[in-house]
Ligand binder design. Structure first.
Ligand SMILES: *Cc1c(COP(=O)(O)O)cnc(C)c1O
Length: 385
């Protein structure tokens, strides 16, 4: 049996007539950049996240970059962030000429550890750190109440890289007793609609959401070369615009997103049960991901189902040889990336180093069958037998 890492065909099959109509509608409209479909998507995503403003952009990477531009980061300034993420989290910081400073991750959640952040901020007596970028990795929020409190204490804006976490909720945010959505807790939240995300387009696109009207206005200008009106440039931005062909596809998918989240969560529970039956957990060979937060809501949306395993590289090879897809997110932590060169970064992150050697993501998309999941678990058990 083949188990692909991600198969988008069943999802497309369920929506194909609508998607075809939508794409043709955009084609025939001859409006190919921005426009009413994009505005409608911006409003719908902002509403879904419970904030006032959405700014559609060309990718998740550009959502992060335009947010960094909106903060006016300058060369030599520093940004506190996690060492364990996709490169784009750090790429936006570096492209401003700013320097990332890394706080290690919590080994259970894989997200930035507020205690590690506290130590670094305390030691930053020269106040070089100007912002915080957190990531809600794999679809589970970072511990936002202490993070936002800590940032407020130092007067720092928080940008959320929520590329893997659209719709993920964080319980009792700020002691409010209510869940808050990923992207809605800091100054701004950045989403990616890359096809492999829980809400994926039919190409590249992304969005920034924010409750701050002024920041939203600034990002809107930056997204389009800082022009207002056209050809009068208030600031230097770029072309970070979004196509309506993406907007139309995403608008068709958005009403199904919570169902797909539920499918992934159910699959995660199935894996956890199946792994428990193998004895691999007790033997310390496989560790299933921890659902950190308890309570109601989408507390983990499982963009990825990531296990820690012994002899990781051999297992990955074995799974591929058996036609089972798996991916390593991420084999090299950010503080060890070659492109940093001699840049002076604080890089004492043993938990991120350890995770990079132990993790692998297993197939988790909503349409996966129990039979396929059992095959994945059985194949892993076979590897260790
Ligand atoms: C996917 C991803 C991005 C980048 O999004 P793109 O749309 O591919 O540019 C940024 N950060 C994280 C954590 C991601 O997973």
């Amino acid at each position: 049996m083949q188990v692909p890492f991600l198969d988008l065909k069943p999802q497309l099959a369920s929506l194909e007539p609508e998607m075809t109509d939508g794409v043709l509608r955009v084609l025939r409209s001859t409006c190919y950049v921005g426009g009413p479909e994009v505005e409608a998507l911006e409003n719908e995503i902002a509403e879904y996240c419970g904030v006032g403003y959405g700014i559609g952009v060309s990718s998740g990477t550009d959502a992060l970059l335009v947010s960094m531009m909106g903060l006016n980061l300058k060369p030599g300034e520093q940004v506190l962030t996690t060492p364990f993420s996709f490169f784009a989290t750090m790429g936006g910081i570096l492209r401003m000429g700013a320097t990332p400073v890394f706080a290690d991750i919590d080994p259970e959640s894989f997200n930035i550890d507020p205690e590690a952040m506290k130590k670094i901020l305390k030691a930053d007596t020269g106040r070089k750190i100007k912002a915080v970028v957190v990531v809600h990795l794999y679809g589970q929020c970072a511990d936002m109440t202490p993070i936002v409190n800590l940032a407020a204490q130092y007067g720092l804006p928080v940008i959320e890289d929520a590329a893997q976490a659209i719709g993920a909720e964080y319980p009792n945010f700020g002691g409010s007793g209510k869940n808050a959505k990923a992207g809605a807790m800091g100054l701004a939240g950045c989403f990616s609609f890359f096809p492999s995300k829980n809400l994926g387009g039919i190409g590249d696109s992304g969005m920034v959401v924010t409750a701050d009207e002024e920041f939203a206005e600034k990002l809107r200008l930056l997204r389009n070369h800082g022009a207002q009106p056209k050809y009068y440039h208030k600031m230097v931005g770029g072309n970070f615009r979004i196509d309506p062909i993406q907007a139309v596809a995403l608008r068709i998918k958005l009403p199904h997103l919570n169902d797909w989240h539920r499918g992934r969560t159910a699959n995660a529970a199935t894996y956890t049960r199946m792994f428990a039956e193998t004895g691999l957990l007790e033997a310390g060979l496989v560790k299933t991901p921890k659902h950190v937060y308890q309570g109601e809501g989408n507390l983990h949306i499982y963009n990825q189902f990531v296990v820690r395993v012994k002899r990781r590289d051999e297992l990955v090879e074995f799974l591929h040889a058996n036609d089972i897809g798996c991916e390593i997110y991420y084999p090299v932590p950010l503080h060890r990336q070659e492109c940093l060169g001699g840049l002076a970064v604080r890089a004492d992150c043993p938990q991120a180093d350890k995770a990079a050697k132990e993790v692998t993501a297993l197939p988790i998309y909503a349409e996966l069958t129990d039979e396929m999941q059992q095959h994945v678990v059985d194949t892993i058990a076979k590897f260790y037998s």
